[in-house]
Write a protein of this length. Structure first.
Length: 213
């Protein structure tokens, strides 16, 4: 009995005070976006939860597109803004490592950017993966995979907030979003493969009926 009690005590101490957990995150309900021919930027409200007892140091974050061509570069962490809606009162901070204490959660605003023309979103859903580099492991680790509803970006030249919910946009709003994003894609026609051009032409032909999510 004494041996069992000792084992239970040691195991309980380890579980409560020394167990290494992992980070969890959840799909954001909204996002801010601006898209140009030479730059794409996303701002996401994120919650990171540490499931274990020991603190986890987050060294870096990025967004990847696992189902898209290799030309879609990862969006890199460029700042930690003070609010979701970009504006004159915004106070972005440069990326810096931070710790998530054991069994704690942190709410963060993270801004990601692709500094080249690798990501010009079409008006459709994208499978996006949030990845992190943490202090106790090597390489990039996936925190979550979620759906980015780029069809909700109805004004890509304006840095503003959009819902990431599967909303039923009006026909007018969907046509506006389709036309704006397709205009950006057409501006990159010289850098696109023939197959991608054909896909954009088909989207143009469907502009009167909208794009199905």
């Amino acid at each position: 009995m004494s041996v069992c009690a000792l084992i239970f005590t040691v195991a309980s101490f380890w579980w409560i005070n020394a167990r290494q957990g992992h980070l969890k995150s959840w799909e954001p309900h909204s996002f801010a976006a601006i898209v140009h021919c030479s730059m794409a930027r996303l701002r996401l409200p994120l919650v990171l939860h540490n499931t274990g007892a020991k603190p986890i140091v987050v060294q870096d974050l990025r967004l990847t597109f696992p189902d898209e061509p290799a030309s879609h570069l990862p969006l890199l962490w460029i700042s930690s803004p003070s609010c979701l809606q970009p504006g004159p009162k915004d106070e972005p901070k440069l990326p810096a490592g931070f710790a998530v204490d054991g069994r704690e959660a942190q709410q963060l605003l993270i801004e990601f950017e692709a500094p080249f023309s690798g990501f010009l979103p079409e008006p459709r859903d994208y499978k996006v993966q949030l990845q992190a580099r943490v202090g106790h492991r090597k390489g990039w680790r996936s925190l979550m995979t979620f759906t980015l509803r780029a069809a909700n970006i109805i004004d890509p030249d304006r840095y503003t907030v959009y819902s990431n919910a599967p909303l039923e946009l009006t026909k007018e709003d969907r046509q506006k979003a389709d036309a704006a994003l397709l205009e950006l894609l057409d501006g990159q026609e010289g850098l696109s493969a023939p197959g991608e051009r054909k896909r954009r032409d088909s989207l143009n032909d469907e502009g009167d009926t909208g794009t199905n999510l």
